[in-house]
Design a protein around this ligand. Structure first.
Ligand code: GLA
Length: 389
């Protein structure tokens, strides 16, 4: 909470200067994902944990039905009417905020007008779910400001709906779920079909290291949507023989191999990644629970190879970081994380190896690419809530 507490006073001061009044503060975290990549929108399994980096929303009521929203990072203020009957996206950061307000109201929550100011320390576009953290912190703040109860699972679903239906990104539910429901010191094995969650303690002797390649590829969103479409096409083709399947979650590896002829070579590899990744995620969760960090790390290494070769969601810089990380003593496993095509990798590391890891990987990556990566160590933080709670 040290990081958030430095954000709080500055945000309060800016809020008072811009809007006056005494706001309340709510923070929602970004996330790491230990394993289970590109499985959430296939009704599969993921194993995320929350970061201590977060988006914080300051909020105070207004007497009318307007939302006035300022972003410190963007240096911009926008205004909306909560009763606007035909809202359309503007194509910028404010769509996440407005989308959440719209979906909350469509879900029957009567919101009240408010002034909001947003700040955070999550890098944007790095694959750490800054957009989900923004949605969730704003959603929680709007509910609290209107005197409404927060159902965390419901809020996660509403925020995902905002992103799918208003912003126009076809993400799964992982990021919003963990930002809402995370527990400090724990990862969550989430069944993205039922939203059944199993909380798993992360061994106190382990650390999660995040390495940001600093690469942001323009193609990330379009390729993400293409991968999702590949998976849907694979399900449609397999359903001709495997009656009743609705997602790749329902297909076994043996069934996939038996019906390979129904699929293009690319579709087959996409499906093989998803089916294998679900199995690896369950194995990794069991290993983490039993304190077998080596087995958990081995699953992460296999996940990376599958994302690189079958799902083609990696990029040369991520492959390099994962390769360098794998050479450091005390590292259990490493993989690209999130949507891919740039952004961050995650490594499961023994606590005693943290400094060696950061130095070695930074130097090797700098020598190979001329770019200094951002590397930080994290231990799972809590989900959304009032700042200072
Ligand atoms: C992004 C999406 C998630 C998930 C991951 C890939 O982070 O927002 O829903 O699909 O990519 O696992």
């Amino acid at each position: 909470m040290e990081i958030a507490s430095t954000i709080g006073p500055a945000l309060l001061a800016h809020f008072r200067q811009a809007f006056g009044g005494r706001p309340r503060l709510f923070r929602a975290p970004g996330r790491v994902n230990i394993i289970g990549e590109h499985t959430d929108y296939n009704d599969g399994f993921v194993l995320p944990a929350a970061l201590e980096l977060a988006v914080t929303t300051a909020i105070a009521p207004r007497p009318d039905r307007r939302l006035r929203i300022a972003s410190l990072a963007m240096g911009a203020t926008v205004e909306f009417d909560l009763d606007d009957v035909a809202p359309s996206p503007r194509g910028d950061w404010s769509d996440y905020v407005r989308g959440v307000a719209i979906m909350l109201q469509r879900a029957g929550r009567q919101l009240e007008g408010a002034d909001l100011m947003i700040d955070g320390d999550l890098p944007m576009g790095a694959g750490l779910s800054a957009s989900a953290a923004l949605e969730v912190s704003v959603g929680y703040a709007l509910l609290a400001n209107s005197g409404l109860d927060v159902d965390r699972i419901e809020l996660a679903k509403i925020c995902q709906r905002a992103e799918n239906e208003f912003v126009g990104a076809r993400c799964g539910v992982m990021d919003q779920f963990i930002s809402c429901c995370a527990e400090a010191g724990r990862a969550v094995l989430l069944d993205c079909r039922t939203l059944e969650a199993r909380s798993i303690a992360v061994d106190p002797s382990a650390r999660l290291m995040v390495c940001d390649t600093m690469v942001r590829h323009e193609i990330a969103t379009s390729e993400y949507n293409l991968r999702r479409a590949d998976c849907e096409r694979a399900v449609a083709a397999l359903a001709c023989e495997l009656h009743g399947i609705v997602a790749l979650r329902d297909v076994t590896l043996e069934q996939l191999e038996r019906h390979e002829a129904l699929l293009s070579e690319t579709m087959f590899r996409r499906a093989r990644h998803v089916i294998g990744e679900n199995a690896r995620t369950l194995r990794a969760a069991t290993a983490l629970e039993g304190g077998d960090l080596f087995e958990c790390g081995r699953m992460m290494d296999l996940s990376h190879a599958s994302l690189r070769d079958d799902y083609e969601a990696s990029c040369p810089e991520l492959d390099l970081i994962v390769e360098f990380a794998g050479g450091v003593e005390g590292v259990y496993g490493s993989r690209m994380m999130g949507g891919g095509f740039g952004g961050c990798a995650i490594s499961l590391v023994d606590a005693s190896a943290v400094d060696r890891f950061a130095e070695t990987v930074r130097k090797a990556y700098e020598d190979a690419t001329g770019t200094t990566p951002s590397i930080f160590c994290c231990f799972p933080g809590p989900g959304v809530g009032p700042l200072g709670s």
